[in-house]
Design a binder for this molecule. Structure first.
Ligand code: SF4
Ligand code: SF4
Length: 176
């Protein structure tokens, strides 16, 4: 089972493990979000809708697809609401429910990222970007950027080492 489907298979509400009802709508999460301008719903609006049980409205927005998982919102929240994990769970739930991602390239990138992460617990950027381009049907997308990053030593030719115990940990995770 893939990482995505395993998360989705947990079922239930995306707020099951996160106490969204503690939110008092101070908007500190949204104020710090670097991608807020790109989102249909701001992070504090997502939490508000989820606490009202309006999950479908959240799952049909582009918000969780724009989320970069930077944890700024979660660290700014005075109530320790793990908004980043809620975004992760919302993505998995949207995929499980067959709700179309508003930007197919974002979904393709998301899958390429998870597939590569699932190999060793660390991203091998060169391979992930190549696979992502092939899956998008745009083999030379961002080729110039890739060349610049390579020349600056930011893209490695060889994959990084696996995290210690990663394979065992993945096995356990996929059993759940
Ligand atoms: S920072 Fe926390 S309490 Fe404030 S709006 Fe966001 S989720 Fe709610
Ligand atoms: S984790 Fe996502 S929602 Fe939270 S601040 Fe970062 S980009 Fe915004």
């Amino acid at each position: 089972m893939s990482t995505e489907t395993n998360l989705a298979a947990k079922g239930g509400s995306v707020t099951e493990t996160d106490n969204a009802s503690l939110c008092y709508q101070c908007s500190r999460c949204s104020a710090g979000c670097p991608l807020a301008e790109e989102m249909d719903l701001l992070p504090h609006q997502v939490i508000h809708l989820l606490s009202l049980g309006e999950e479908d409205e959240v799952l049909r927005s582009n918000t969780m697809w724009m989320c970069a998982g930077c944890y700024t919102c979660a660290t700014r929240c005075p109530n320790d609401i793990d908004i980043t994990t809620i975004m992760d769970e919302a993505r998995a739930k949207a995929i499980a429910k067959g709700i179309k991602c508003p930007n197919p390239d974002v979904l393709t990138f998301h899958k390429s990222f998870l597939r590569d992460l699932g190999r060793r617990g660390r991203i091998f950027e060169m391979r992930m970007m190549a696979e992502n381009n092939i899956c998008k049907g745009k083999p030379f997308d961002n080729a110039d950027l890739g060349r610049k990053l390579f020349l600056k030593g930011r893209l490695k030719i060889f994959p990084p080492k696996s995290l210690r115990g990663f394979k065992r940990w993945m096995k356990e995770l996929l059993k759940r």
